[in-house]
Design a protein around this ligand. Structure first.
Ligand code: NDP
Length: 315
């Protein structure tokens, strides 16, 4: 039986509908959450990500500003921009699009963001709250995965979750959130011995390595839930033929466009997994929804408004 598809777009739209209610309640109280996006240089992928984030703000009625310093900016110049945004009362959330140019001390920049405005959840104070299981601003991609799992009624308590990838942005916070949800968590990385055997023991796999289609059916126990965080753009025809051999529509789309997005999970796992997220249309849309939710939460908290009970639960 083909796997159940966990559609991130449908879940994102449910979340947007809920947020719309919350945003209009805030508007009645004279509050319009504002998000500032700092986009350094002209990396094409970063530009697309920021454009999508700003578009989501506009769609939901948040105020947004974009600051676009040149790629030659220094650490101290960028720090001055962050300090200005920290002081501005109309800015509730600050996001600094990564990666930053090599001459900029990214750690210093992320630590300079006011923790109360840290909508990406990257500040060490917020990371500490996450580790301790206290309510906080949680990194958007893993928060989105938790939302997707919860709203799809995937059981986590007692489940064996294997997270492949240990980055600060995805793998580590993902593992913490799953642990707080009472899953038994294994974290794998590039030095893990016998990765396929380890992953095969999972009830739930979260793939976040940035390696196109690496998780093949032999990594997956039949019936497991597979969450594919990876977003990889492929342009190589040979790779496309290999990945989409049994997916004629995707192959035709690749041939028409000369490019396609694939996850870290091979499309063939649809024949083995119990449930899976597609790429595109799985985890990606939820990342932006969680960013908006964090901005709304930051606006409430900064203005001394209590978050609704549901939002106060760490997720
Ligand atoms: P990083 O490159 O920061 O981290 C990758 C992790 O995967 C590292 O921990 C690395 O191990 C591990 N890894 C790499 N190769 C292997 C391998 N062969 N076997 C086992 N582990 C491996 O990536 P990110 O966490 O930032 O992103 C991961 C993926 O998620 C990317 O495809 C990215 O595009 C995507 N992404 C998607 C988002 C979304 O909204 N859907 C948002 C953010 C990211 P080690 O630590 O040992 O080097």
């Amino acid at each position: 039986m083909p796997a159940r598809v966990l559609n991130g777009i449908v879940i994102r739209d449910q979340i947007y509908a809920e947020l719309t209610g919350e945003i209009s309640a805030l508007a009645s109280a004279g509050i319009r959450p504002g998000l500032a996006a700092v986009l350094v240089g002209d990396d094409p992928a970063s530009k697309v990500y920021v454009k999508n984030k700003i578009a989501a703000c506009e769609k939901l009625g948040l105020a947004s500003i974009q600051i676009t310093p040149p790629a030659t900016i220094t650490t101290s110049e960028l720090l001055a921009i962050i300090e200005d945004l920290n002081r501005r009362d109309d800015v509730d959330g600050i996001l600094v699009q990564l990666p930053l140019p090599p001459q900029v001390d990214a750690k210093k920049i992320l630590e300079a963001v006011d923790p109360a405005k840290d909508v990406d959840g990257f500040h060490p104070l917020n990371v500490g709250h996450l580790v301790a299981g206290r309510p906080t601003l949680v990194p958007c991609t893993p928060a989105g995965v938790m939302e997707l799992l919860r709203r799809s009624s995937i059981p986590l308590e007692g489940a064996h979750a294997v997270v492949v990838g240990r980055s600060d942005i995805v793998g580590k916070p993902m593992a913490l959130l799953l642990m707080h949800a009472n899953a038994t968590v294994t974290v794998c990385h590039s030095k893990t011995r016998d990765l396929p055997a380890t992953v095969r023991r999972a009830d739930l796999i979260v793939a976040a390595m940035g390696r196109p289609a690496m998780i093949t059916p032999d990594y997956v126990r039949p019936g497991a839930t597979v969450i594919d965080v990876g977003i990889n753009r492929i342009t190589d025809g040979g790779q496309a033929e290999k990945f989409f051999a049994n997916f004629p529509e995707r192959l035709a789309e690749f041939r028409a466009k000369g490019t396609a997005l694939v996850g870290d999970v091979h499309p063939e796992i649809a024949n083995v997994a119990g449930a899976l997220t597609p790429v595109p249309g799985g985890v990606g849309p939820l990342t932006i929804a969680m960013l908006i939710r964090n901005a709304v939460k930051a606006a409430r908290l900064r203005r001394g408004q209590r978050t609704p009970a549901a939002a106060a639960v760490q997720r």
